[in-house]
Design a protein around this ligand. Structure first.
Ligand SMILES: [Zn+2]
Length: 131
């Protein structure tokens, strides 16, 4: 299994930390307008503020909606489920779902590490999923 934080294979997917066994996505908060932004950014798209704060999102949120992908590139086994999760910090994030059946809209999910795509060297990439 590959840890994206160490391998840097998919930098956008590496925006997380694990604290006390719980996965938290890294994000930014604008001190001017209060917007939470994921992935982390340098500049607030709403007002141009360039001194954003680094924040960690909660370990879970609420399912806004989902989709089931039935076709993909070879490194992803299909079908797989993608969910939009609304976090308490008022930001919506698209994440893979750790399960073969989609969750109910409005369900509470937590963020966990699970196997993602398979690399050319046949290693599985571990990355944050909703569960
Ligand atoms: Zn702002």
């Amino acid at each position: 299994m590959v840890n994206l934080d160490e391998a840097g294979v998919l930098p956008r997917a590496a925006n997380f930390v694990i604290e006390d066994g719980r996965v938290h996505l890294r994000a930014s908060r604008c001190p001017s307008c209060g917007a939470a932004l994921y992935p982390p950014r340098e500049i607030c798209p709403a007002d141009g503020t360039d001194s954003l704060e680094d924040i960690l999102l909660a370990n879970g949120g609420t399912v806004y909606t989902f989709t089931v992908a039935r076709q993909s590139t070879p490194e992803f086994r299909t079908p797989y489920v993608l969910v939009y999760v609304d976090f308490p910090e008022n930001v919506r994030v698209l994440l893979p779902y750790d399960g073969s059946e989609p969750p109910a809209i409005g369900a509470k999910v937590e963020i966990v590490m699970a196997d993602g795509p398979r690399l050319e060297n046949d290693e599985l990439v571990s990355m944050p999923h909703a569960k």
